[in-house]
Every structure is written in C-alpha cells, then in structure tokens.
Design a protein around this ligand. Structure first.
Ligand code: ATP
Length: 452
C-alpha cells in the first residue's frame, strides 16, 4: 500500500480501486515493487493518454501560437550545469533516529517527528535529486550523464532551431510532454511523488514588457482547461507565491493545487522565468539565443512564461475528483441487478473525453452475444469501446461504473424485433431506446458536445 502524508480511508479506497481495475499498480510487484515507480494497466494507459491529448489539444492544437517538441531524455550534462541543477537541485532531509523515517526539512513544523512524535531528528542533510548514468562503455567520471529532472530545459536549448524551422515569431510557445526522473528521497502519496513521472510543460517566449500580461493570460487559460476537463471548482485553488517564496530566477509564480484526500498539493506551476534560462544557456554554450524583431529591428533575449504540470499528479487528481460511492440504485437497474442491487454503487464520474472507454456493449444474456458483438465491432472503429457478456447485467453495469464508462449499450430480447438497444447513462442512470442504426451518431453527438 502507498504511504500517505495524512492517513485517509478514502485514499486507501481509491488506491484499491485503481489496482483492482488495473489503472495503476506497483512496478514489478512480483519482486515486491520498487519504491517510487508505478505501472499503468489497460484503463490507466487510456486515461493517461486522454489527459495528455486533452492538454495537447488545448495548449498546442487549438491555439496556433504554440508548437511541439519531443526531446531526448538524456542530454549533454552541460545543460544541467548551466540550468543550475547540478549545483542546486537537492533537497534538505531530516531523519528520525527513533522510527528511521525521513522527511523534507521544509515540510516539518517544530522539532518532532510527524510519524512517531519523537524529538529525535537529525540535522538537515542535502540529497541530490538528479539520477546519474554513464554514456559509453566505461563507467568513468567523464562519461557521467543525467536523466532529465524536468522537460523544460531542452525547450530552451532547442529554442533557436525550433523558432527558425517553424518560422515562429515572438510571442510564441514550445510545448513538450515526456518523462522526468528525480531521485526523490521519500516517494509517497501514491503516484503524486514518484521517481519516474511525466511532465506536460510549455514555455511561452515574449517581450519583457509583455510578460505580466502573458502570465495573467496563461493563468486564465489553464483555469479554463481544468474547467473543460471537468474538475470540480471547490477542489482546485490557485495560490500566488509571496515574493520570498520565489525561485531566484522567477519574477512571479502561481501554484495550482488540488485538494487530494491527503491534503492540498501542487500539481501545476505557472512561472514567469524572465530571460534567465536563455541567458544561462547562451553564456554556457557561447551560442546566441536572441530574437530579431523584423518590424522594430530590435534584437533581444525573450522572456518566458512557463506552465509546468505533472501528468501523473493530474491523473491521480482526476481519479480522486471522479470517485463517488452512491446509494444502491432503484428502478429498472435494481430489478436487473441480481444480488448487486443491495450493494452501494462505486462510480468514477470521469469526464467523457477522459474516460478510458466511452461505451460498453452488453448483451442482456449470453445467447444474444452475436448481434451485440456486431454492434461492438462497428462502434469500436469510431471510439474506445468495451464489450462484456459475463455475469448478471447489474454486475456488468457496476464494473463499467467502476472504470468510468459513460454509456452502456444493452442488446436485449426486444432488440431483434424493434431494432433498438438500450443506452444507459452512467450518471443519471436514465435508460433510453435508440435505433441500432443510429447508435454511432447518437454517441458521437454526445461526445462532440465535450470537445475542447
Ligand atoms: P514538489 O515541490 O511537489 O516537489 P516541484 O515544485 O519541485 O514539486 P516542479 O519542479 O515545479 O515541481 O514540477 C512541475 C510539476 O511536475 C509538479 O507540479 C508536479 O505535478 C510534477 N512533479 C514534480 N515532482 C514530481 C514527482 N516526484 N512525482 C510526480 N510528479 C511530480
């Protein structure tokens, strides 16, 4: 079981559901797992991919002033020297001598261990967070390289190449989604603090005097995205950093935080990074990273507004936000449910755009499987579609509820007669008869209403 900063039964339930239904589980569990590393199973892969796509759609596709990059995970070590990571990317940690647990120094209040209460804490010690490897045959110091601890630095090093090839004019942005690695001392809170995770970052290059305006724009724009993918507003907050909290290079920063069952936690940061990074790389590499404005004939190093989100933390927040346990349903579903009607209904109210499967096709009884399979074969060409013929129909509805499938299509004994199937809505439980020939259009119209 994952370790949580504040114990929560609700969080345990969510972790257990994600494992039972194959969303997320410990990496190499048959070897007892490796702390801070997680694997995503079939519905987890789909959900993660849908979140990534929704982010890309909103950040890159629908705008026209942001382009994409997919850079190498291991890059020249000089990048991390210039960015300051080699010298500064470390956490101050404190150990409890009694229970042997380890904590980040800046997360402690007072001199007592948050786990066992003993006042036996060590002095803070620095731990470097970058993961090291060797490039080439020999494991010698000159071959040392690092797995990137964030995805944004390659955006800065590739800035000039991308600007030139995309014929981009300031203001414009570069976005990247990819793996990042941090040797977190104390991985915890399930996937929220892992050692291998995925970031979705965007660096927007603009003139210095326009940076405040673009910072405000990106704050609004990201708020809009969280609304579009269905986050409950009461579980989100935007927290502006005080001047004394800001990183040395930053002029302004806002954390976007989610109310997880274990407490509020940042899952995205928006930063005004000034021209710090481009200048650092310009100086260290000796290559110009300036922009020449054809209209004003000025040459300058652009300033940067960054949006930096963690895909794994957002996915965990999506799961927490969508998790509901309802009273047992009444009406037609209760009658069809067999034993299941007495049980509470666990349901993931995932936004249809994010749901791993949009629809599940279910024959009422096994003997109706053949025509139901035909419907499935047709629908799966157009949308992620599941099929299930085992167990009572009530149980099958519950299974689909637990993985967040928005609609179930049931083929029953009347279907051969009236050429219709029943479409059941996960959230309202309303069932309506829809012509089989119209099913695809019916479901596609529903999905289109949610497009970003
Ligand atoms: P924290 O203070 O929680 O360690 P951070 O401020 O160092 O996070 P950033 O460097 O700003 O985080 O990274 C941007 C985003 O990347 C975070 O908001 C988070 O969503 C994600 N992220 C950072 N570290 C981790 C991690 N260890 N596991 C999973 N996601 C992470």
């Amino acid at each position: 079981m994952a370790e949580f900063s504040q114990p929560s039964e609700l969080m345990d339930e969510i972790v257990s559901l994600t494992k039972r239904r194959g969303f997320i589980f410990p990496s190499a569990e048959i070897y007892s797992g490796l702390s801070g590393f997680w694997d995503y199973g079939p519905p987890g892969v789909e959900l993660r991919e849908n979140i990534r796509k929704a982010w890309w759609q909103h950040t890159v596709r629908v705008r026209g002033d942001v382009v994409g990059l997919d850079s190498a995970i291991i890059t020249h070590p000089g990048v991390w020297e210039a960015s300051g990571h080699l010298a500064h990317f470390a956490d101050e940690m404190v150990d409890c001598k009694k229970c042997k647990k380890r904590f980040k120094a800046d997360e402690l209040t007072g001199n007592k261990c948050p786990a066992c209460g003993a006042a036996e804490l060590t002095e803070p010690r620095k731990f470097h967070l970058m993961m090291k490897t060797f490039v080439g045959a020999a494991e010698k110091e000159t071959n040392v390289a690092y797995l990137r601890p964030e995805t944004c630095q390659p955006i800065f090093t590739d800035f000039d190449l991308i600007r030139g090839s995309a014929r981009a004019r300031v203001p414009f942005g570069i976005a990247q989604v990819g793996k990042a690695f941090r040797n977190e001392i104390n991985p915890r809170n399930f996937t929220a603090r892992s050692r291998e995770f995925t970031q979705m970052e965007m660096e927007f290059f603009c003139r210095a005097e326009k940076a405040d305006e673009w910072f405000a724009h990106w704050k609004d724009y990201r708020r809009e995205w969280y609304g579009k993918v269905g986050f409950r507003a009461e579980n989100l907050r935007f927290r502006d950093h005080e001047k004394d909290e800001l990183a040395h290079y930053a002029k302004a920063a806002t954390d976007i935080e989610y109310r997880f069952p274990f407490g509020w936690m940042e899952f995205e940061g928006i930063h005004n990074r000034t021209d710090f990074d481009l200048r650092q790389h310009q100086e260290a590499s000796g290559k110009r990273l300036e922009y020449f404005d054809e209209e004003t004939k000025e040459r300058f190093v652009p300033h940067v507004i960054e949006t930096s989100a963690g895909l794994d933390r957002i996915m965990l927040a999506v799961l927490c936000d969508a998790y509901f346990v309802d009273e047992a349903p009444t009406g037609p579903e209760a009658r069809e449910g067999g034993r299941a009607e007495e049980e509470k209904r666990t349901v993931l109210r995932l936004h249809p755009l994010l749901a791993p499967a949009k629809v599940a096709v279910l024959p009422l009884r096994r003997k109706l499987a053949e025509p139901a399979r035909k419907i499935h074969a047709e629908l799966r060409r157009f949308m992620a579609c599941d099929y299930d013929e085992t167990g009572s129909i009530g149980k099958r509805y519950r299974r689909q509820d637990e993985v967040g499938t928005p609609w179930c299509v049931t083929y029953d004994f009347e279907s051969p007669e009236d050429k219709k199937a029943t479409v059941r809505d996960r959230d309202t439980l309303v069932q309506e008869r829809v012509e089989i020939a119209q099913l695809r259009r019916f479901l596609q119209d529903k999905l289109e209403a949610y497009l970003i």
